[in-house]
Write a new protein. Structure first.
Length: 313
């Protein structure tokens, strides 16, 4: 019979040296990312152009929907002095490092101990997405970081901090509004205040679309079997999907069976947040970033995998 791990009390968990851990994560993330630093291809060019538009360097007519609607990360990048390409890449480096630290804190908060907490952060950094996608000028590091903050807040029993992370995540990518939907549906926060937060997130999406960034050609995401057939033949995208999933997903499946009760709600959250990339796969080109976005929900379970092996003996 499988045995679940009981989370340790906060007093029984030794403190990590967070300064040293952050410095180590930052150095490691830099080493992983530096080989593709500041690249722009496909949608990363669109995010880069959004930041250039915010700096007044190009006209709005140069923008391509829906990428400018995900405005928070390009806006922050545009505020960094100096070369925009380097500043944008540096912002993503900071977000990757912060996301790893938040994931370590989540695993430590769940009572899984120092070793697995460090391992959780390493899984966030030493991965195909961090090497292949994070150095490019995309907004995914910001989305992953916001989701990691959301999971930490949930595990820590701080629903209003989770709501704040959900609001920030929605400003990074619109599908993160589902984090707030989950908070309200699971009654993690009071119903009417939760609806108010959800309405604020929806108002932000509408304001960006119809007020801040206007006049762009419309676009639709409609399922097409031709797109599915094309995706199945796109070996490069399939390789990044497999590379992103090959370590974390099996470990998460292994660790889920013995995860402490405090992590169990994340499984339902994982299922909900998997819906947007699954729908996107029917409509547009999808790559390993679809799996990367699920790392904050997979890594806590993956960190339990060594325990699963020991209890099965």
């Amino acid at each position: 019979m499988k045995q679940a791990l009981t989370a340790a009390t906060p007093d029984s968990v030794r403190r990590l040296d967070w300064f040293q851990l952050a410095a180590g994560f930052a150095l490691l993330a830099c080493l992983v990312m530096v080989w593709r630093w500041g690249g722009t291809v496909a949608d990363s060019q669109a995010y880069y152009d959004t930041a250039r538009w915010l700096r007044g360097e190009i006209p709005a007519s140069s923008l391509v929907a829906p990428f400018p609607y995900r405005i928070l990360v390009p806006a922050l990048a545009s505020l960094i002095p100096g070369d925009l390409r380097n500043g944008f890449a540096m912002l993503n480096w900071v977000l990757v490092t912060l996301g790893a630290g938040l994931m370590s804190a989540c695993v430590l908060r769940a009572g899984l101990g120092q070793g697995r907490a460090v391992a959780a952060g390493l899984m966030m950094i030493v991965s195909v997405p961090t090497f292949w996608f994070a150095p490019y000028l995309v907004v995914d590091p910001g989305s992953v970081c916001a989701r990691a903050a959301f999971v930490l807040a949930v595990v820590s029993g701080q629903p209003w901090l989770a709501a704040g992370a959900g609001l920030l995540g929605t400003a990074v990518r619109e599908e993160n509004i589902l984090l707030l939907v989950w908070l309200v549906a699971m009654r993690r926060i009071a119903f009417f205040p939760g609806l108010a937060v959800l309405a604020a997130a929806g108002a932000w999406i509408v304001a960006v679309r119809w007020w801040l960034v206007t006049g762009l050609p419309s676009y639709t995401w409609a399922p097409r079997w031709e797109q599915v057939a094309h995706a199945l033949g796109d070996w490069r995208s399939l390789a990044t999907i497999v590379g992103s999933a090959i370590v974390v997903v099996p470990l998460a499946l292994r660790g889920w069976r013995v995860a402490p009760p405090v992590l169990r709600p994340i499984a339902g959250l994982l299922a909900l947040m998997a819906l947007p990339p699954l729908y996107a796969a029917l409509c547009v080109r999808v790559d390993g970033r679809a799996v990367w976005g699920l790392y904050p929900f997979l890594v806590p379970f993956a960190a339990c995998a060594p325990l699963a092996w020991r209890l099965s003996r």
